[in-house]
Design a protein around this ligand. Sequence first.
Ligand SMILES: Cc1cc2nc3c(=O)[nH]c(=O)nc-3n(C[C@H](O)[C@H](O)[C@H](O)COP(=O)(O)OP(=O)(O)OC[C@H]3O[C@@H](n4cnc5c(N)ncnc54)[C@H](O)[C@@H]3O)c2cc1C
Length: 377
Amino acid sequence: MSYTPYIAIIGGGASGLFLARKLSENPQFHVTVFERGKQVGAKLRASGGGKANIFNRNIRPKHYNKVDFITALLRQYTPKDLDRQFNDWGMLTVADSEGRVYPATQFAQTVVEVLTDYPSDNVRIETEYDIQHLDYQNGKWRVNDYPTLFDTVVLATGSPAGMIPKNQEGYNQYLKDSHLRIKRLEPSLSGFILKGYPKSLSGCRTKAIVSLYQGDRLIHKEAGEIIFKDNGVSGIVVMNLSSLYRRLADRKNCKLSINLTYWDEEFDLLSFMESGHNMKGILHPKLLAYYNRKPFYIQGLSFDIEDTYPMDAAQVAHGGIAVSEVDEHFAAKKHRNMFILGEMLDVDGLCGGYNLFFAFASAAVVAKSIIQKHQPN
Ligand SMILES: Cc1cc2nc3c(=O)[nH]c(=O)nc-3n(C[C@H](O)[C@H](O)[C@H](O)COP(=O)(O)OP(=O)(O)OC[C@H]3O[C@@H](n4cnc5c(N)ncnc54)[C@H](O)[C@@H]3O)c2cc1C
């Protein structure tokens, strides 16, 4: 008689769905995905402004908060492997000039459809199942009071980033009895709330070089589009800086400096201004009005940082289950037959496809482990 390994995946997001799709290639497994929401892949559908920036061609460990951990992961699974995998599953990809990769349809829904197009009928999806209890007895996992007992449980419940505040309450409460070391969750990849910031700038967008300082020390600077909001700024460059801000052990005396002379690499805006042009053709009218009222040096609009925007405005969470709780195959060290993957681990990356890459790559590594473990001798 052949043996059927029963696998429970808690969380039907990017990582959980990727794992289920991979395991469905092997009809020997019986896979159940438990999703607390009404449908699977909700965050994935919203990612990349609905286009899903699924990975980046130029992924380096330094793009993440956990450099050594990502170095070990990239030895096992690379962006090329991920591209090949999506191609094998029938999804073509396109990349932009900065190596950001999207489905060729430029439509995030395509990714969810590809990940739920199972080659065999061994995957069961249980939606509106909020898992709060996991119990391991006699070599089997019980998940809430679900009638099936599982050989392996995979935790893939992500983070509360980007969720409306009331949905964040009780998030991952089921982990509280798990004895896993969990670093406090904080918003990352979100904008900055700034002190003394003029509300009048709200709604304008401009290109700028934005620098994060702590005291006089430059932490990082990046050029790109920034968006002025009611009480602070946002945009991809600002989100990247917020990620580096989160990594600081002490975040006192941080400020953001906004240099408005950035246009593009070939155009020298300062020389353009110095040759006598007035600023009407250069600055957004709201910035011009602010400049006229309170002249600032165009190279150095500077504000003290009060905080980042909260979790619901963030793309990822900083913090989560410590990476020391898992081995290089994402197997939990303290619990038998348990894997932990994706954003619920304390791993976060910059904007540009780094976080979805981590979710998918960690799922690919776990799939390999599970398949190897249950290979008939
Ligand atoms: C607006 C937005 C845009 C983004 N855009 C990009 C992008 O373009 N590129 C990129 O790389 N990253 C992007 N990210 C980040 C990326 O989406 C996440 O890092 C990624 O989805 C994490 O995958 P995951 O599987 O770990 O978690 P998720 O995809 O969040 O999946 C976790 C799932 O588990 C479910 N769940 C949680 N708790 C339970 C429970 N107790 N029981 C059952 N189910 C549960 C959740 O409902 C969810 O469906 C974006 C994030 C946001 C918010």
